[in-house]
Design a protein. Sequence first.
Length: 157
Amino acid sequence: MSSDFVLLEDLEATRRAGRELAAELTGGELLLLEGPLGAGKTSLAQGLAQGLGVAGAVTSPTFALCNRLQGRLELHHYDLYRLESLDQLRRIGFEESLECGAVVLVEWPALALPLLRDEALLLELRHQGAARALRRQRVGAGQLRALNLRLPAESNL
C-alpha cells in the first residue's frame, strides 16, 4: 500500500473518515469518489452525510442518480454508474449542482470530468485485504481532465 493511503480497518472506520471530512467542509466543495465496486464508497458517503447532520438513512443514488440532502450544508450525492452520456448528466441538473454552493459528492466521476471547472478533492478507495484504504488528493482545475478515472465498465467486479 502506498504511504499516501490511509488504512481503514472496517466499514465503521470508513464512515468515520467521512464524518471527519465533513467537519472540514464549508460548502461548494466538489468531492470525486473513486474506487471499485465494494470498496466502501457508500459507507464513506454515509459518514460524510452523518457528519453534515443529515437525518435518516443515506443510500447510494444508483437508481435515483442524485440524492439532494439537507444538513448543516446541502449535499448533492451523485452516482454516475448507470449514465452513458454527458447529455444524461446535464438533464439531471449536474451543472446546476456545481453552481449552487452545495457540497457535491460524485461516485463514478469519470463521465463528469469534461464538465468540471473548479478544483476537486479526489477520494480514492481501494480494497486492502479485508480492509479498505483511502487517499485524499486535491486536484486543480487544470488537472481534472487529465485524471485517469475508471468508467463503471472498466471496474474490476
